[in-house]
Design a protein around this ligand. Sequence first.
Ligand SMILES: Nc1ncnc2c1ncn2[C@@H]1O[C@H](COP(=O)(O)OP(=O)(O)OP(=O)(O)O)[C@@H](O)[C@H]1O
Length: 452
Amino acid sequence: MKPGPRILLVDDDPGVLKGLRGLLSDEGFLPVEARSAAEASRLLDAPEGPPDLVLLDLRMPGETGLELLARLPRPLPAPVVVLSGEASPAEAVQALKLGATDFVEKPPSPERLLTALRNALTLGALREERQRLLEELSRPGHLVGESPAMEALRRLIARVGPSDAAVLITGETGTGKERVARALHLASGRKGRFVAINCAAIPATLLESELFGHERGAFSGATARRPGRFEQAHGGTLFLDEIGDMPLELQAKLLRALETKEVERLGGTAPLSVDVRILAATHQELARAVKEGRFRQDLFFRLNVMPLALPPLRERPEDILPLARAFAAEIAGPQVPLVLAPGAEVSLRAYRWPGNIRELRNFIERLNLLRGDGPFTLTAPESAEAAALSPPPTARLSFGEKGYREHVEDFERELIRVALEEGGSIAGAARLLRMDRGNLYRRIKALGLPVS
Ligand SMILES: Nc1ncnc2c1ncn2[C@@H]1O[C@H](COP(=O)(O)OP(=O)(O)OP(=O)(O)O)[C@@H](O)[C@H]1O
């Protein structure tokens, strides 16, 4: 049988201790006793770890219960319930301010005492759970989520991580591609650094020197010699994010570096040999880019030794609540209680999360800002509420002069307008609509929408 929770009883009165010991043992608890604050301190520091709960008398000769409570480390080593007998209500309130979970008046009624102890133990367990979640989340490379897709991903990372194979990670924006790349690096055991470069964020003209480095005077503005990301990642991992956006000429140079395991700084004379594990990511369909001549097939094969596709969040709704809880604990702090508003779980799972995990994280950050000092209340995403409130497009129809084509075009115009607004650019809208950027551009022109 599992041993019951260990309760440290702190009271100077042997009679009280005896009574409590009997009551608690009968209820399956394991009482440990201390007759003074000093003895309690020693037991709290004992090598077997702190008890699960402390039941503390406030009035004791020598150091009082309140004084002990005030000097315990924070967070408290265990939840504390105080016994206030002759103690004034002000002292009980003071104890609560110092972090005690509850107080029970002396002589305690068994029922009231047991309820207080059980509540405090539940609260303590919840706190511990939040603390554990937080520690896990802040561990680099840890992936939150219990969906079968996440389980499969963890197994794959454990298997593929320790090899030197190139991995191509695909998935919509915000699905965790970079996080997975870091997890692969950690699983690889490689001693060098994890170096990331976003090929879409750096102007094409600078990308080459960023990757390969340059010697002083290699081009105007190259005032000092700079090692490239390849060199920085020597002995470690180089993560090429948004690889689909790499210009064709540079693709050739990258392929050569991968094949020869050598890089040459711009303006340099001697090649440097590098030992780098390559991970790449893209939200684009690279096979299609190859067909359309925008991406080199030989480089694609080289990067795609192990393909790893991350499903969008809406396809793994089981992960939404664990992720939301983990982010709330991380952002608001583990001691803030999390409350689920009625219906929130259903809405959170039904919402499509076009920005995936990043959008969920931003949403939790927003809720935290609006929360003030209260508990963290998880509500439905605003966009889901807005979608539920706004009438379906057909509700606004009026059949006048227009025919089928015009109606469809009206709808298409509205759809693209919203996508442009939410996506922030043509590329962003194309991603939301899962449509080729060029096709979208042509539709925008054909429909007479403004191109910003
Ligand atoms: N499984 C997970 N557990 C915990 N946090 C996660 C997980 N997956 C992603 N995140 C977090 O979600 C956010 C977005 O993830 P990440 O930046 O890795 O996405 P991405 O797919 O690389 O995005 P983009 O395509 O826009 O570059 C980050 O804050 C990341 O830490």
